[in-house]
Design a protein around this ligand. Structure first.
Ligand SMILES: NC(=O)C1=CN([C@@H]2O[C@H](COP(=O)(O)OP(=O)(O)OC[C@H]3O[C@@H](n4cnc5c(N)ncnc54)[C@H](O)[C@@H]3O)[C@@H](O)[C@H]2O)C=CC1
Ligand SMILES: O=C(CO)COP(=O)(O)O
Length: 376
């Protein structure tokens, strides 16, 4: 299916062969580090392109955090036998050129294009394990929505990857509910790159399909903070749903949330561009996650239960191994706000953490919304 012309973003890049290499030895080798719901869909998108484009090796390695299924079989073996990630993306063929590999070191050893896509809480451990194991000419891209908070302050995942592994790292974020892209429903995404436009073009080429339109912007921090912070707003949207406050209230939460996302991003990184918030990674991802994401869904259940069942318990029961990012991100953001004396500047972010950690009841989101909406 060709993309509707109206959806073609200004900066959409052509799909010609940009690497100018036709010898197998110069073809880029791609490894996907992560195999959850989005990780598996990312592998499927990439695998369709590596087969089609001569600048890439056909094979896509996918590192799998190994686990034993209820049947007693290893997840990796089942993926390689059936070409399906039966636990995290059942019913979808990944492409015969996707090879699942439970050995992290082996999975990355030949790759010069590393795609990181695991829940953010595992990234630091993964980077430590990768130290000295990757190619020196490797380029990375992070699809991970989240951040780490260190003694020195917040550290975005792309920075963690760059600093720990000594490689350049771009990001890809967007309104990308994985299950919809898995069945090839149309969506858009944004690549954030640092300096080198050619590098961005190579990533766009790797991900772009007629149903997955990728645009590149030179704003790594802006793109990554959008993807990270919208998960906190989605938790608030879930509370609103659980308390049956209606669509107008949810829209008000989304508007106030977007304003805090922008203010927080610009305080941390003055270089962040206003225009980034209007890309897929910004307002579009905020909307889709507040309507249809996992953070929203579990937060709705939390509020319905009056905060009596913990997020951990609900996550395990409702997501069966998939992970929420919004609750831990709210905690990480709260740490930054407390440390910098910014709590009063970001009442929505602060309230989300106070509710999700049990300090306030879910109904506190009602008081928060009313107070905020009246004060503007
Ligand atoms: N699922 C979605 O619709 C989207 C997800 N994302 C982001 O992509 C990132 C990855 O999410 P998903 O692929 O959806 O994962 P997921 O939440 O579906 O799955 C969890 C993954 O974590 C792995 N895991 C469990 N324990 C681990 C450990 N100790 N070390 C390493 N891995 C471990 C599991 O094997 C599984 O692959 C997150 O930051 C998420 O916010 C971004 C866009 C869309
Ligand atoms: O990031 C996402 C959509 O772009 C997915 O959000 P959830 O993790 O809330 O499902």
């Amino acid at each position: 299916m060709a993309p509707p012309a109206a959806f073609e973003a200004q900066e959409t890049l052509p799909q010609n062969n940009l690497l100018n290499s036709d010898t197998a030895s110069h073809r880029s080798k791609v490894t996907v580090i992560g195999s959850g719901n989005w990780g598996s869909v990312a592998a499927k998108l990439i695998a369709s392109n590596t087969l089609r484009l001569s600048t890439f090796h056909d094979e896509v390695r996918m590192w799998v955090y190994e686990e034993t299924l209820q049947s007693g079989e290893k997840l990796t073996d089942v993926i390689n036998q059936t070409n399906e990630n039966v636990k995290y993306l059942p019913g979808i063929k990944l492409g015969k050129n996707v090879v699942a590999d439970p050995d992290l070191e082996n999975a990355v050893k030949d790759a010069n294009m590393l795609v990181f896509v695991t829940p953010h809480q595992f990234m630091e451990g993964i980077c430590i394990r990768l130290l000295g194991k990757i190619r020196s000419d490797a380029e990375a891209i992070s699809l991970v929505k989240g951040m780490e908070v260190k003694m020195e302050g917040p550290c975005m995942i792309s920075t963690l990857i760059s600093q720990q592994l000594g490689i350049n790292c771009s990001v890809l974020m967007g309104a990308n509910i994985a299950n919809e892209i898995a069945v090839e429903k149309f969506s858009e995404a944004t690549v954030g790159y640092r300096q080198n436009r050619e590098v961005a073009e190579r990533w766009v080429q790797l991900f772009y399909t007629p149903y997955f339109i990728v645009t590149a912007v030179q704003d790594v921090e802006g793109v990554e903070l959008c993807g990270t912070l919208k998960n906190v707003v989605a938790i608030a949207a879930g509370f609103v749903d659980g308390l049956e406050m209606g669509n107008n209230t949810k829209a008000a939460i989304m508007r106030l949330g977007l304003r805090e996302m922008k203010a927080f991003s610009k305080l941390l990184f003055p270089s962040v561009k206003d225009s980034t918030f209007f890309e897929s990674c910004g307002v579009a991802d905020l909307i889709t996650t507040c309507l249809g994401g996992r953070n929203r869904k579990v937060a709705e259940a939390y509020a319905k239960n009056g905060g009596k069942r913990s997020f951990d318990e609900l996550e395990a029961e409702m997501l069966q191994g998939q992970k929420l990012q919004g609750v831990s991100t709210a905690r990480e953001v709260y740490e930054v706000l407390s440390h910098r004396g910014w709590l009063e500047l970001f009442p929505l972010f602060a309230t989300v953490h106070e509710i999700s950690s049990g300090l306030l009841p879910p109904s506190a989101i009602v008081e928060y919304s009313e107070k905020q909406v009246r004060s503007f």
